[in-house]
Design a binder for this molecule. Structure first.
Ligand SMILES: [Fe+2]
Length: 406
């Protein structure tokens, strides 16, 4: 075995995170990268296409506490679209919106609404990953190429994932030289005049825990196989059938992760039930498979939720009965705060053999009932809130019913 020590990424170092924090926040583990046919270091960027990137970028700063660090747009030669690079802790988001009436982003947005187009991953060797992906039958949508500016070079390539989603693979260190720019060549550094309210926390979340993908009925195993075969991801947990069925909707879910567990992809497919499931609703409105939710890791979910509510963020409701159920209280046992503190904020709690986690889900971020955020605080548990799936789905169904889509 060699190279089993996990190292911090540049983004994590810049966010002043350490390995112990990352083990706690996102369940980071050591593994043998040399033996991996498709080594993945971690997340590189989550790229959204939205209807109005100028306003969305301001919303994510003012409401979600993200920091503007980079930009590409007409002012620096990109006449097609505007792209704003935002960070919070080690997470990098890129928000894109069309400028030119001929931009391909317009057709994408017309078809799908606001959503995630690219779950971009940092890799130590793009050529190795693309060769492995091609050999394993993946669709290569961008051949490896080196792009440079005065701040250095990165090497990038891309493969197709579910629906219209892609994984761009970014190698930030070439021959020992690490790219020094804000994001990629073509982007300029940019800050904003936005000033946080007095007393607001430095950031509301520190790392990205997982991104859930919704795929079509009958395609779950195919996509699990894709991540196993093409990208060498391992299966983490499996939830099927009654685990996550309510009276009305059902789904099947399986989880794959990269070697060091920084990148975790739960995948869902709808299952046959009495009424249309939330996955069916997503597929109808997104128009194809896509990213359903992004789980943002925090070490103080109470504070994060209080701050977000104060900024007007709406979360899914949880009935008081959830917290008052003696069976649930017995199963959960002691957590770091009294249950009343969770109840008043509608934060869910789940426990497994390794520990517990606290989580809450927002309502959809845009106009369509598609992508949303989860806030998660882990205390040993490496699960995804299986014990909460039923309560969560019943809550989603109440919202789905209000929209006339149940
Ligand atoms: Fe989740």
């Amino acid at each position: 075995m060699s190279n089993t020590a996990v190292e911090l990424t540049r983004q994590e170092r810049e966010a002043q995170l350490d390995l112990d924090q990352l083990k706690q926040l996102v369940g980071l583990v050591a593994y043998d990268e040399e033996a991996d046919p498709f080594p993945v270091t971690g997340w590189d960027a989550i790229v959204f296409v939205v209807g109005n990137a100028t306003q969305a970028a301001q919303y994510y700063q003012s409401t979600w506490g993200m920091q503007l660090v980079g930009y590409s747009g007409p002012e620096n030669g990109n006449r097609d679209h505007k792209a704003f690079v935002l960070t919070s802790g080690s997470i990098r988001f890129v928000i894109k919106g069309a400028v030119s009436p001929d931009s391909p982003l317009i057709a994408h947005h017309t078809a799908h609404g606001d959503g995630v187009v690219d779950i971009s991953l940092e890799v130590p060797d793009v050529d190795k990953c693309i060769a492995q992906a091609r050999a394993a039958g993946a669709t290569v949508v961008q051949e490896p190429e080196t792009v440079s500016d005065e701040l250095g070079s990165v090497r990038i390539g891309a493969i197709a994932a579910y629906g219209e989603t892609r994984h761009t693979l970014v190698q930030r260190t070439i021959d020992g030289q690490t790219y020094a720019g804000a994001y990629l060549p073509g982007y300029v550094e940019r800050t904003s005049s936005f000033v946080k309210r007095d007393g607001a926390p430095k950031r509301l979340f520190q790392a990205l825990d997982h991104i859930v993908g919704n795929v079509e009925l009958g395609k779950l195993d195919e996509w699990v196989g894709f991540y196993n075969r093409v990208m060498g991801f391992v299966n983490m947990a499996e939830f099927v059938g009654d685990d996550i069925a309510t009276d009305y909707s059902a789904l099947m879910s399986k989880v794959v992760a990269n070697g060091n567990h920084r990148v975790k992809f739960p995948l869902n497919e709808p299952a046959i039930a009495k009424k249309r499931s939330q996955i069916d609703e997503y597929l109808d409105f997104y128009g194809c498979p896509g990213a359903q939710h992004l789980a943002l890791a925090t070490n103080d979910i109470l504070r994060t939720v209080d701050e977000l509510r104060r900024e007007g963020v709406e979360f899914l409701d949880t009935p008081d009965a959830y917290y008052d159920d003696p069976e649930m209280r017995a199963r959960i046992g002691e957590v770091r705060v009294p249950i009343e503190e969770l109840k008043s904020r509608k934060i869910l709690v789940d426990r497994d053999e390794d520990g517990y986690l606290l989580q809450i889900f927002t309502k959809p971020l845009g106009d369509r009932p598609t992508v949303f955020f989860e806030i998660i605080e882990r205390h040993g548990s490496l699960g995804f809130g299986k014990g909460n799936f039923k309560a969560l789905f019943e809550s989603i169904e109440r919202e789905q019913d209000k929209r006339g889509n149940l």
